[in-house]
Design a protein around this ligand. Structure first.
Ligand code: FES
Ligand SMILES: [Fe+2]
Length: 543
């Protein structure tokens, strides 16, 4: 055995102040104690002599053990412990490659031994002995693969647990800051928790009445409509951050977004019409171009008048606006499904709820077997444990035990990929194990403090023929509305309680992780934090 300190707490217990399935040690004040263990290095196969260059990229991975953090027996803070866990994963990746290489080499040897064209003559007895040895070696290698699998599973569990700790810490810090700022308790007086002596251990405070939107939340690109809904000479009126806007296409076909209020006497412009790329007020006929300039004033001398307009772009079948005062950023994220998917439905709904509540709902899957009992979760059992695992410590991850990947994409989007195996049974598989998938995009545009414009796009990587069935779009809308209505009555109820002062994030638990992260992200935006939590570089481009 190669005695290598793979600080890799590969099979390693991490001790914290909290009771966990890992060994517990009290009194460390939030520090983590990582017991380094000796990783196994035996059974490694020399890569030399492996003739198939095709596999080079798989096996040409540097052994990470020399770079292992030296932390045996030390107390680590959460970030250091996460670093150790990251090395664990690197080590396991490398180890799995070694296992695979071992098996491949052994298989090559089997083929070599059995090769009828081999020049070297061997007796039957020699063949039998060589094959028996190889079989034994293969059995050993397969055993090693199972060990590696178990280690990967342990390492992922450990990572998820540590992320939970980080979340707890963020929540605690936030609660502490709030306690410093106000003498009021974190939960509102109408909360059912006030009857308890101790306040909840961790708490976000999202209670009503809903405050006006913070201007910083406006400094993002927001998708507001599907391109297919904005035809030439038509208008799409929207509310965004409590202001009325209207979109239409200019003479060049490019979309524009102007305030939906005429400069003359405040008539809503969307009641008018679009002529030659200008929107015409229905009252006295004033006409505005997409940049808001009034270009025609019938029956009077043309004055220099302008209405507000917003930066407006079209990308990948959607119209985007920038409602903030800061200059627009250069990047618009891509919201398209992965290659291989086709878009089957694009649906817009106006819902009477605050957009944050709707996002909280969409980022939660644990409610499905209780709420969606007439639709997609019909017949689902209630798992003993539901987890949301986020390997990249970001705003995306996957649900366990459901084959569903999910992501919160700032500022107001939810992307999810659902593996479809057998109808009515989703548990126990990952999305990768499923051969067919449904991809969903939900955009929750904040129209006002009690109204959300929901854009829903649904894509499939199978059954393209469905696109050509007449009235299929009506059927998709029917399904989407049915699912949403199951949520809506609950979310409206929450909103009612919230407006009366209840905290809708009173007692988050582990499966609330993604929703909590969204709230932490939004809080950080509103506070003007420079490095937003869970942020990663945006993908995509601007035209
Ligand atoms: S109100 Fe619009 S032209 Fe008079
Ligand atoms: Fe739901």
């Amino acid at each position: 055995m190669n005695a290598v300190a793979a600080a890799s707490a590969l099979t390693v217990p991490i001790c914290t102040t909290r009771s966990t399935k890992f060994t517990t040690k009290k009194g460390l004040k939030g520090g983590l104690r990582v017991f380094a263990v000796f990783g196994e290095g035996e059974g490694l196969v020399e890569k030399r002599g492996f003739g198939n260059a095709t596999w080079g990229t798989i096996f040409d991975v540097e052994d990470p053990r020399p770079r292992t953090p030296q932390c045996k027996g030390k107390f680590l803070d959460v970030n250091q412990a996460l670093e150790v866990a990251r090395f664990d994963i690197q080590y396991l990746d490398w180890r799995a490659r070694q296992d695979l290489l071992t098996i491949m080499l052994l298989h090559e040897k089997v083929v070599e031994v059995l090769n009828p064209l081999a020049r070297e003559y061997k007796s039957i007895g020699t063949y039998k002995r060589e094959l028996a040895e190889l079989q034994q070696a293969l059995a050993q290698a397969h055993k090693q693969v199972h060990i590696s699998e178990a280690r990967v599973s342990t390492a992922l569990d450990k990572l998820a647990y540590m992320e939970q700790l980080v979340n707890d810490r963020l929540l605690k810090d936030k609660s502490a800051t709030e306690a410093d700022c106000t003498s009021e308790p974190a939960t509102a007086s109408s909360s059912p928790q006030v009857v308890k002596k101790k306040p909840p251990r961790k708490s976000l405070n999202v209670s009503g009445p809903v405050q006006p939107y913070h201007p910083r939340l406006k400094n993002f690109w927001y998708p507001v409509a599907f391109s297919s809904d904005l035809k030439d000479d038509t208008m799409v009126p929207i509310d965004c951050f409590e202001e009325p806007w209207v979109m239409f296409r200019g003479k060049d076909g490019k979309p524009g977004c102007v305030q939906n209020t005429c400069a003359h006497r405040a008539c809503p412009l969307h009641l008018g019409s679009v002529n030659e790329g200008r929107i015409q007020c229905p009252y006295h006929g004033w006409e505005y171009s997409t940049d808001g300039k009034c270009e025609k004033m019938p029956s009077t001398r043309l004055l220099d008048v302008r209405i507000r307009s917003l930066p407006c772009l079209e990308q990948e079948g959607m119209i985007w606006i920038w409602p903030g005062d800061d200059p627009p950023s250069a990047n618009i994220p891509s919201l398209l499904p992965p290659p291989g998917f086709r878009i089957h439905a694009e649906i817009v709904m106006e819902l009477p709820v605050e957009h944050g509540l709707l996002l909280d709902n969409l980022l939660d899957l644990a409610h499905a077997p209780f709420t969606h009992t007439s639709t997609f979760a019909k017949g689902w059992s209630v798992p003993s444990l539901v987890k949301f695992l986020t390997p990249a410590s970001g705003l995306q991850g996957y649900w366990d035990p459901y084959p569903i990947d999910m992501e919160f994409r700032p500022p107001c989007m939810v992307l999810s990929t659902i593996g479809i195996s057998k109808p009515g049974k989703l548990e126990g598989q990952s999305t990768k194990q499923c051969s067919t998938h449904l991809h969903q995009l939900h955009v929750c545009l904040p129209s006002s403090r009690n109204k959300t414009r929901l854009l829903y796009r649904m894509s499939l990587d199978f059954a393209p023929v469905l696109q050509h069935i007449p009235f299929m779009d009506h059927l998709w809308r029917y399904f989407a509305e049915k699912v949403l209505n199951e949520d809506l009555r609950l979310v409206l109820g929450q909103q009612d309680r919230m407006l009366n002062g209840a905290n809708v994030w009173n007692w988050p638990v582990s499966y609330d992780k993604l929703g909590v992260r969204y709230r932490l992200w939004r809080d950080a935006v509103e506070k003007g934090v420079k490095q937003l939590p869970f942020s990663k570089p945006m993908e995509g481009h601007v035209q």
